[in-house]
Design a protein around this ligand. Structure first.
Ligand code: F6P
Length: 324
């Protein structure tokens, strides 16, 4: 393999840059040229590409975002757009492609494989919603960012005897909210996976106050059907505490990658290049029990979520609530 392309697709995630750097480093060490494709599949359609050198990637492992940017391309889903993308890969002499992205990006990978392109997918999304792998790139950082934000804001809420509701990102997956809630020992948690209602959250808040908590902390996920404003109103009116609602938002995507995400980025970047060098294709990389692995791209979609109810129950036990 003489030339490898790399692109990021979908929502960006911390660790993308570290992974780009690892890919470039591995390629340079093995005399392979790397072409960075700007703005994901859209940039591929528009032939917005540039060679990446070690100089281009110096020190980028410490920052979030992506130096080659990312996008969600509707045009790539169309036949002319897709054909143009494939033609541009050929035109640039790209013999293998590495895609860092989430579910939608992996669907794009499979289409490219069907068109004869050699592709390796790296799971990059803060949502942790690619269930064939225990972790996706960026998740650890997103949780850390949520934990740090909640921890800081808790101090001012405590000083004022206020209740507070934090909403975490994650689209339909409650993993960021769950992990952050456990880490901060939140008094109540609502994620769509375990179907919690406003009245149940208010009940948990009341339970916390019964045990002496003066400034209850609630964490909800983006996918939870609970409306934050409504919940804030209900807590305020039922427990008579001033209550604030805080959407943690893009802080979860923009934080400097944790050591864990950087480590994942390096290991997966190296593995992806190594597999392309062996002429392997149609694979996604993942991690399970601290061991990295690869599996066929088609298997990625078939693995269903195993939501960590045990972690929900740890939190409930901590607060003297019955287990689910
Ligand atoms: O998929 C990552 C993610 O940050 C989700 O958690 C969130 O729902 C979505 O992207 C937000 O997308 P946008 O950047 O388009 O607002």
């Amino acid at each position: 393999m003489r030339k490898i392309g790399i692109l990021c697709s979908g929502g960006d995630c911390p660790g993308m840059n570290a992974c780009i750097k690892a890919v470039v480093g591995t390629c340079v060490s093995n005399d392979i040229e790397v072409i960075g494709i700007n703005r994901g599949y859209q940039g591929l359609i528009e032939n917005d590409v540039r060679p990446l050198t070690l100089l281009d990637v110096a020190n980028i492992e410490t920052i979030a975002g992506s130096i080659i940017k990312t996008s969600r391309s509707a045009e790539f889903m169309t036949e002319p757009g897709f054909n143009q993308a494939v033609a541009n890969l050929k035109k640039n002499g790209i013999e293998g492609l590495i895609v860092i992205g989430g579910n939608g990006s992996f669907r794009g990978c499979r289409d490219l494989v069907n068109a004869g392109v050699k592709v390796i997918g790296i799971p990059g999304t803060i949502d942790n919603d690619l269930f064939y792998t225990e972790r996706s790139l960026g998740f650890d950082t997103a949780v850390q960012q949520a934990v740090d934000t909640i921890t800081d804001i808790k101090q001012t809420m405590y000083a004022n005897d206020r209740a507070v509701v934090f909403k975490c990102m994650g689209r339909h997956c409650g993993d960021i909210a769950l992990h952050a809630a456990v880490a901060v020992e939140a008094d109540a948690l609502a994620v769509n996976e375990v179907g919690y209602s406003i009245s149940e959250v208010v009940r948990d808040v009341k339970n916390a106050m019964k045990h002496g908590i003066t400034s209850p902390v609630v964490v909800i996920s983006e996918g939870s059907p609970i409306d934050m404003e409504e919940l804030v109103f209900e807590i305020q009116s039922q427990v008579h505490l001033t209550t604030r609602g805080i959407e943690i938002g893009y802080l979860q995507r923009g934080g400097a990658p944790t050591y864990y995400d950087r480590m994942l980025a390096v290991r997966w970047g190296v593995l992806a290049v190594d597999m392309l060098r062996q002429d392997l294709t149609n694979l996604a990389v993942g991690i399970k029990n601290d061991k990295i692995f690869s599996c066929p791209l088609i298997e990625v979609e078939n693995v269903l979520q195993e939501f960590r109810v045990d972690m929900v129950n740890d939190l409930r036990t901590l607060h003297g609530l019955c287990k689910l």
